[in-house]
Design a protein around this ligand. Structure first.
Ligand SMILES: [Zn+2]
Length: 484
């Protein structure tokens, strides 16, 4: 397995080195960019977007007050939520323009036609419900009139897609428990570089607390508390709960092989400055970090790399099993951390209530409410028991077929964005779609263009034939997705 390479481009200097909220600053900048893209949709919508076109006359509000309120509306939402809905809306616009339709005003027939196209592309079961949410989200902000999305035909199509695709739903692959055990040993190994051990420790914390990748980034390390029970923390921003209170989590002091892994990593973490608003920085090389929050793509590459290295350390002789493990590990995503123990819990026949709590779902069912007074202690207890049982039994006990993990993996391609050159010339190359380099969203994969000379065209490639050949060579993962 190839070692992730360092980014080719120079890093952008931090505009304010003294800030102790670099991640928050970055996300505010991101919000501003998405607000601008939302406003651009509004301008394209013309008269249909009443937020931008309504007369600024008001008896009670001054012009500058109106303007301020408009900006507040455009900026409202978490950056990732804004990104998802705005991109989804832009994809609809792109589709409409490719079919010589005016996307505005929104009309149910246009949306039905688009939904039929999505079905033909074998979209996932959540795509049409998600599209409806995105249409509502954008329309509400820009004050665009929305047709009836409960239209009987649209509902029937949505149901048929869900039935057809439910079976092929791609779920995140859990880490094999043997690999988790090897990762524990890796963190306990003093001969390994501290930076690598700290990274692996963070991955293990995600696994044992069933954390989402996003949550595991949004943790102030100086707010973490360690005691005999485990490591207690708060994710200050999550997809589920946008309130500043954050989501509490606990990494119980347990292990499949070495329960000391938690202490080792804690000591390494505390040997350097903790004044930042993200848990650990981006791993650059095995022995060094970069002064910025981890990115999704590089984290996944490092995660696969260390998982395989750690497993090989533990099983140097086992050549046949090695190929199997290697294949499994090459399919891990950041979401794998979140599902590993949940998956083990399902197979061990844990109740949905216990699982709901560990997963921190919005509505884990009324039965769970009685536990909510101390939200962290139940999942920690459950994980402790589960680890003990799995260590003793070697095998999962019984499968509860009524227990289904409803949350599918976040699509890997959600993070991909395509670009076209701003100034198109005469050659067909000037009209090609490009994308960003693997692990570095600030450069174009083919390296023939500067990202500042390009405009984003959303995250859908209309056809492989318009994809830049050099970008395609650098991003086989994208080609594979569009080929199948
Ligand atoms: Zn290119």
């Amino acid at each position: 397995m190839a070692k992730p390479t360092a980014p080719k481009k120079r890093l952008k200097p931090d505009p304010d080195q003294s800030s102790s909220n670099p991640l928050l600053d970055k996300e505010n900048a991101e919000k501003a960019r998405w607000a601008a893209r939302l406003e651009a949709i509004g301008r394209r919508a013309g008269a249909a977007a009443k937020l931008l076109t309504l007369d600024d006359q008001s008896d009670d509000l001054s012009g500058s007050e109106m303007l301020k309120l408009r900006q507040l509306v455009l900026h409202s939402g978490a950056p990732r939520t804004m990104a998802i809905h705005i991109r989804s809306f832009e994809r609809y616009e792109l589709w409409a323009s490719m079919h010589s339709l005016d996307p505005f005003p929104l009309h149910v027939d246009k949306i039905l036609k688009y939904a039929l196209t999505l079905d033909q592309r074998e979209c996932g079961p959540s795509v049409i419900p998600a599209l409806k949410t995105s249409l509502k989200w954008v329309a509400a902000r820009l004050a665009i009139d929305l047709p009836d999305l409960d239209d009987r035909r649209l509902r029937a199509l949505q149901e048929s897609v869900i039935t057809k695709r439910a079976k092929t739903l791609k779920e995140a692959i859990p880490f094999p428990i043997a690999v988790v055990a090897s990762l524990e040993a890796f963190v306990c190994n003093d001969h390994r570089p501290d930076s690598s051990r700290l990274f692996v420790w963070w991955i293990l914390c995600m696994i044992f607390a069933s954390l989402r990748f996003d949550d595991a980034i949004h943790v102030r390390p100086d707010e973490l508390v360690m005691n005999d029970e485990g490591l207690f923390g708060v994710a200050w921003q999550t997809k589920v709960d946008r309130k500043r209170a954050g989501t509490k989590f606990v990494v119980p002091a347990v292990g499949f092989k070495n329960k000391e892994w938690l202490d080792h990593g804690w000591r390494i973490l505390n040997s350097s400055s903790l004044d930042r608003d993200y848990w650990i920085p981006e791993l650059n090389a095995r022995t060094s970090f970069l002064a910025r929050p981890p990115t999704y793509q590089r984290t996944v590459q490092w995660m696969r790399f260390f998982s395989f290295a750690a497993w090989q350390d533990d099983h140097p002789e086992d050549k046949i099993e090695m190929l199997k493990v290697q294949t499994t590990l090459s399919n891990l995503t950041a979401h794998s951390c979140r599902v590993t123990l949940l998956d083990a819990a399902v197979h061990a026949g844990r109740s949905t209530e216990e699982i709901g709590l560990q997963a921190n779902w919005k509505d884990p069912g009324p039965l769970v409410l009685k536990y909510t007074r101390n939200r962290t202690s139940v999942p920690a207890t459950m994980i402790k028991q589960l680890v003990r049982e799995l260590v003793q039994e070697q095998h999962p006990i019984t499968e509860d077929e009524n227990t289904v993990l409803t949350e599918a993996a976040d699509s890997d391609l959600d993070h991909i964005e395509f670009f076209t050159k701003n100034q198109a010339g005469k050659t067909s190359y000037d009209y090609k779609f490009h994308t960003t380099a693997l692990g570095d969203p600030s450069i174009i994969a083919c390296n023939k263009l500067d990202i500042s000379d390009c405009s984003s065209v959303g995250n859908v490639l209309p056809d492989l034939s318009v994809f830049c050949k050099a970008c395609a060579k650098a991003r086989p993962d994208i080609c594979k997705f569009y080929e199948t």
